[in-house]
Design a binder for this molecule. Structure first.
Ligand SMILES: [Zn+2]
Length: 76
């Protein structure tokens, strides 16, 4: 009846926190995660700046996926 402690030990939240997408919880390599930074307006005292790590699919789903200039500019 006291085996709750072993359930938490399997997967360390600290080591995987920056390796998974915060929206879909998919395990994504760190160098493939997008960093989404939310900076509230200066007039807001209610919210703090936040940083989330997100996979490309979810970034696209938010409408925030932009292609680099060299990728778009291919018809010249
Ligand atoms: Zn995702």
């Amino acid at each position: 009846m006291t085996s709750l402690g072993t359930v938490m030990g399997d997967r360390s939240a600290h080591s995987t926190a920056e390796r998974e997408c915060y929206r879909c919880d998919r395990d994504v390599a760190t160098d493939e995660l997008f960093r989404v930074v939310v900076q509230p307006p200066a007039s807001s005292e209610r919210f703090a700046a936040a940083t989330r790590f997100c996979c490309a699919d979810c970034v696209a789903g938010m409408g925030m996926l932009e292609f680099a200039d060299r990728v778009v500019d291919s018809n010249g």
